[in-house]
Write a protein that binds this ligand. Structure first.
Ligand code: SF4
Length: 366
């Protein structure tokens, strides 16, 4: 991989990234890797569905890990707007705004167009053509046994998502990865079956039309911290318990004030149990490590009240999010900048995608 030159012009930088020979001679038989060190020099692809504002759960559970890969590897990030249609095709009025929102959130967290390629899925029509070819060779049974599809049918009953697009979601995902020769895909444990399915589809395609036409991707299992929401459940937009990255300081403080704490600590000087308290989990995530031990000790000894404890964590969370919020507001105020980043990303990715399609068409004999 080439060095990434901090020239201030991402046009130049990304062009350099694509000109280099990558280390494709390394063994590729591993399905899963867990160490970010093993990713060095490889092309890493991460896609995000545009589903609205990002929250602290995204930041701590996923985004920080993925953005940390930017310095060591070739990182491609894309906004999966076609994927959003697999569950929300009826009302698309917010989709374009959600795309901008997502890019602004990610860039505010540190996604850097000078280090990474950032593009929108629907700007790369080659993905759709590859999706067609992969759909032809993917047995329906492989898709029907996908647990996510079954779960979504149950949970999103009212959205009428029993569509061929939703069923074929893993095929589209395989096209996303292979069209840009993605070698490594960071995933959580729950997404491992999807990546295994992508590997199966690639093996079947290569078995039919020629070894090595498509690259079999490897999963980078990333383990991020679980962030509790206001009600103690995992932070999630759908539970209505999230602190968003662009929440203002008053909202953050108010949300943290509502957090569930140890139910047995009723009075100020009752001894508490930090291990069952969501506010203590937030301290573990956002308070300087040297101070966390004292929080636990004071709680257990009854020397700390929950009101003060919540006010203290609110200060730390507000401080953590202040630069992200500031940067995001600047980006949202300048939609042209986000448009330029995405346009440039598509310009970089499409030649790679076209080359993949050439090999694919040759292999099939079209
Ligand atoms: S003092 Fe802090 S850590 Fe202890 S129960 Fe109250 S909020 Fe939780």
């Amino acid at each position: 991989m080439s060095e990434v030159h901090k020239s201030g012009s991402h046009v130049q930088v990304v062009a350099t990234m694509f000109d280099v020979e990558r280390d494709t001679a390394r063994p590729r038989n591993k399905a899963v890797i867990t160490s970010p060190q093993d990713v060095a020099g490889r092309r890493v692809l991460t896609g995000y569905r545009p589903t609205g504002r990002l929250h602290l759960g995204h930041l701590v559970g996923n985004i920080r890990n993925n953005l940390a890969l930017q310095t060591e590897s070739e990182t491609f990030f894309f906004v999966a707007d076609w994927h959003a249609l697999t569950t929300a095709y009826e009302d698309t009025s917010e989709l374009a705004a959600d795309v901008r929102e997502l890019v602004a959130d990610l860039m505010a967290c540190g996604l850097d167009p000078d280090e990474s390629v950032i593009y929108r899925q629907s700007d790369v029509p080659e993905v759709a053509e590859l999706f067609v070819y992969l759909s032809m060779i993917t047995p329906l049974g492989w898709l029907e046994r996908n647990p996510t599809h079954k779960e979504q049918l149950r949970e999103l009953e009212t959205r009428h998502i029993n569509t061929s697009g939703n069923l074929a979601y893993p095929v589209l995902q395989t096209a996303d990865i292979t069209i840009v020769e993605g070698e490594v895909v960071p995933v959580g444990e729950d997404q491992l079956p999807h990546l295994e399915l992508a590997r199966e589809i690639v093996r079947r395609f290569n078995g039919l039309y020629g070894d090595g036409i498509l690259i079999e991707p490897i999963a980078l299992l990333s383990v991020g911290a679980r962030v509790p929401g206001t009600d103690g459940r995992k932070m999630s937009k759908s539970y209505g318990n999230a602190i968003y990255l662009d929440d203002d300081p008053d909202s953050i403080t108010e949300k943290l004030r509502k957090y569930v704490t140890d139910p047995l600590k009723i009075r100020l000087h009752d001894p508490g149990r930090p291990e069952v308290c969501s506010i203590f989990t937030m301290h573990e995530l956002f308070t300087p490590p040297s101070e966390v031990g004292a929080v636990a000790a004071e709680c257990r000894a009854g020397d700390r009240g929950c009101v003060a404890c919540k006010a203290e964590i609110a200060v730390n969370v507000v401080e953590e999010l202040a630069p992200i919020r500031k940067r995001k507001l600047e980006l949202i105020a300048d939609p042209g900048q986000i448009g330029d980043v995405l346009a440039h990303g598509a310009k970089c990715v499409r030649p790679i995608a076209a080359a993949t399609l050439d090999s694919v068409r040759d292999g099939i004999g079209l």
